[in-house]
Design a protein around this ligand. Structure first.
Ligand SMILES: [Zn+2]
Length: 436
């Protein structure tokens, strides 16, 4: 089964807007209530609450005088909220995401229908009391409709994201074809090595372009009185600029990922700890503007669809510190060093180009290792330190320990990384793999 998502704009009338606002409110209230309840239960008992335990709270809430308005809400919306909350918890415990947050009235609002949505000509038919909503269906929805998420942006626009399942198998992944390594950065968005040459793709810096405009509108907004009509108007204007920024970012990320996936069969990237990096305030704005996480997701699902391979290598891999010619490892490589010369072999390196070459070589090594470890051919999901993931969202439990920066080591001859004897800094990992 192949899964596809199509996001369409919908145009609810004013009555439907009121009903949607109520549904957003119920879903948000239940999310916050369930999250709070889970946290409190955890504090008292040391145990969390699962999906069915949370759902079991709903009937009593629907009877209680203070919360009986929950009855008005289409029940499957609440069930879907519970499921999303437990998924958010799971993602947190698996180290994929931050702890789930309480939802606010401000910002994007959404509800999810787990089933029973129909798409007709220029109409999305929602179950419950909302009914047929006008829609702009810009491409046909293929296959069986599964879940539909209805959202309202701060700019006032409504959307429906329609997830459908199409019959057919995901192509068997194959590594026959071009093999690239990508170094994601801020100076250049992506630096790509295909083994022969290095190409650089500039970061479009969307926010910077719109920054002046955004600043002016935000200042204007700050001068408006709370609750006034013009404050509401100006808030919409600011939200619209944010939306424009995010649309052009998505557009760029889609175009670049499609190009790279069309031209190549195997793509290797570094697993960047963006959550950790976002905590560094100076870099946070540029990093969230760059959208690395969205980009690697795009690469991953587009490759999966075509039967290509997406390899994520561990973020501890010293891609910037390693000389791609002789594998000498520098003890330090500060962020502002853009070019350097290897003290061992004398090769002059462009920082990002060298990193991309190393990332590619590491990907090849992991793939060879994975192929030699798997019995009967095919690729295992995990390959120590790095990860070959034909499926999206799967995380490797194997982590390479950070290499010691104090001990620069010299090993191997150029290109021997792919050979049978792994470089010394990888020996621990190979032992781990063999013992599995
Ligand atoms: Zn060197």
């Amino acid at each position: 089964m192949l899964r596809k998502v199509v996001k369409v704009r919908i145009y609810p009338d004013s009555e439907q807007q009121t009903k949607l606002a109520q549904a957003f409110g119920c879903s948000r209230w239940w999310w916050n209530y369930a999250l709070n309840h889970s946290i409190e239960t955890y504090k008292e008992t040391g145990k969390g609450l699962g999906q069915s335990a949370l759902n079991a709270l709903l009937p009593a809430l629907k009877k209680a005088p203070s919360t009986k308005w929950l009855r008005e809400c289409y029940s499957q919306i609440l069930q879907a909220t519970t499921l999303n909350l437990t998924t958010a918890y799971k993602n947190f415990f698996d180290g994929r995401a931050q702890f789930p947050r309480f939802k606010s009235k401000k910002g994007k609002q959404s509800i999810q229908y787990p089933q029973n949505v129909k798409v007709l000509d220029a109409i999305v038919k929602l179950p419950g009391n909302i009914g047929e909503v006008k829609a702009k269906i810009h491409r046909p929805i293929e296959g069986t409709i599964k879940t539909v998420t209805v959202s309202k942006c701060p700019s006032g626009k409504y959307f429906a994201s329609i997830l459908s399942e199409v019959k057919g198998d995901v192509p068997t992944p194959s590594s026959e074809g071009n093999f690239i390594g990508i170094d994601l950065g801020l100076k250049h968005f992506a630096v790509v090595s295909d083994g022969n040459k290095v190409s650089k793709f500039d970061n479009p810096k969307h926010i910077a372009k719109h920054q002046q405009n955004l600043k002016r509108k935000q200042q204007k907004l700050a001068r408006k009185k709370d609750g006034s009509k013009s404050r509401f108007k100006n808030k919409r204007l600011v939200a619209k600029i944010h939306e424009r920024v995010s649309n052009s970012r998505q557009d760029f990320l889609h175009k670049l990922s499609t190009k790279l996936v069309n031209d190549n069969q195997v793509v290797v990237v570094e697993n960047l700890n963006t959550l950790g990096m976002l905590r560094n305030h100076n870099l946070a704005k540029s990093i969230s503007d760059a959208g690395w996480g969205i980009f690697t997701n795009f690469l991953s699902y587009k490759l999966e669809r075509k039967g290509g391979l997406f390899i994520e290598i561990d973020r501890w891999f010293p891609s910037s510190k390693l000389c791609s010619n002789c594998f000498y490892q520098m003890s330090e490589m500060p962020l502002d060093v853009r070019e350097w010369t290897c003290p061992h072999c004398g090769t002059h390196h462009d920082r990002d180009g060298n990193a991309a070459i190393n990332i590619r070589a590491e990907g090849i090594r992991i793939l060879k290792l994975a192929a030699s470890q798997s019995v009967g051919g095919g690729y295992p999901v995990t390959a120590g330190g790095g990860e070959v993931r034909p499926k999206r969202g799967r995380k490797s439990n194997l982590r390479r320990s950070p290499t010691s920066p104090e001990a620069p080591t010299i090993f191997g001859t150029p290109n021997s990384v792919v050979g049978s004897s792994p470089p010394s800094y990888l020996k621990d990992e190979v032992v781990t793999l063999k013992s599995i």
